[in-house]
Design a protein around this ligand. Structure first.
Ligand code: B12
Length: 265
């Protein structure tokens, strides 16, 4: 028999943000989660404290010394990680998160420009169609993955966010894509992925479909045909290379997943 008298309702309310879990401030979050080394700390600080102009300056100066991929991962994402910790604790609310995300996106654009400078002359290794699942506005991870795929020589057809299932299927066929990627950060939107896979199969399209984003995991993505899970944006070019260069099918890819995908190690 269930015993309800021993339930600690404070914990239930905390879990669902009815009351906040902490008295901590954004400064405390920054101290706890931000990187310590320069220039990553400065860039992370610009994102967390919404300093867009200073962020652009700090990024331009970091790009003189470091790889754009490193600037994204160690500076911009590190800053957004702090924001990601502050949001569920009720320290930052949606308006702040939106502004931080905008600062981060502006920073990613600068890194993308730098990546394009080195990638421009190469012939595209293949075509990748990217999208964020229908109903989902979270496009930061997709933008990072796009920047990395671009940098490694792939033509990226970016369908944006909140993309209907049929538009994804149409674009894959029209572009004769080598690879499809989808990002979902909400449990309510990840359900679009198996629908896309089913529609592609009905159309006779045999393509690897990278499923990624905070809401999904390997078990989910590997539960439908075509799906290959990616945990990290840096997995994108590695997966793309394996598909284009080794001509791996999605079934073969799954068998060799742990050997190919860096974040699986
Ligand atoms: C930023 C943010 C927003 C921003 C989004 C801005 C933008 N342009 O993206 C804004 C403020 C708009 C937003 C809105 C909402 N959000 Co929000 N948001 C977040 C937050 C804080 C961070 C997400 C993020 O950008 N993470 C960083 C990126 C880099 O992570 P990522 O996309 O997963 O990408 C990584 C990997 O997944 C992978 N990856 C991703 N894509 C790809 C693609 C390829 C090819 C590859 C290889 C890899 C890859 O690589 C990246 C790392 O390298 C999270 C909380 C959190 N801690 O995650 C909540 C969160 C995702 N949001 C949430 C919710 C509920 C919402 C709202 C519904 C809130 C509301 N009540 O209104 C609304 C959406 C309303 C709507 N339907 O339009 C929930 C989702 C819960 C769930 N599981 O369903 C979260 C988890 C917060 C929470 N704890 O409740 N949000």
């Amino acid at each position: 028999m269930l015993e309800f008298s021993k339930i600690d309702y404070d914990q239930v309310f905390q879990r669902y943000d009815v009351i906040t879990e902490t008295e901590a401030t954004i400064d405390d979050m920054f101290e706890e989660y931000a990187p310590e080394e320069s220039p990553w700390r400065d860039i992370a600080e610009d994102v967390v404290y919404m300093k867009e102009d200073k962020c652009a300056e700090d990024i331009k100066s970091a790009l003189r010394e470091y790889d754009p991929e490193e600037v994204i991962n160690k500076g911009l994402i590190a800053g957004m990680d702090v924001v990601g910790e502050a949001y569920p604790r009720g320290i930052y609310y949606l308006p702040q998160v939106i502004i931080c995300a905008d600062v981060m996106s502006a920073g990613i654009e600068l890194c993308e420009e730098k990546m394009a400078e080195t990638g421009e002359e190469r012939e595209a290794k293949g075509t990748v169609v990217l999208h964020v699942a229908e109903g989902d506005p979270h496009d930061i991870g997709k933008d990072i993955a796009k920047a990395m795929l671009n940098a490694k020589g792939y033509k990226c057809v970016d369908l944006g966010r909140d993309v209907p299932v049929e538009d994804v299927v149409e674009a894959v066929i029209e572009e004769d894509a080598d690879l499809l990627t989808g990002t979902a950060l909400m449990t309510t939107t990840q359900t679009a992925f198996p629908k896309i896979a089913k529609r592609l199969e009905e159309e006779g399209v045999d393509i690897v479909f990278i499923g990624a984003g905070g809401a999904v995991n390997q078990a989910f993505v590997h539960s439908f045909p075509l799906g290959i899970y990616a945990d990290d944006a840096a997995d994108g070019p590695v997966i793309a290379d394996a598909i284009v260069e080794k001509e791996l099918s999605w079934e073969d890819f799954r068998d060799q997943y742990d050997d190919i995908v860096p974040s699986a190690a």
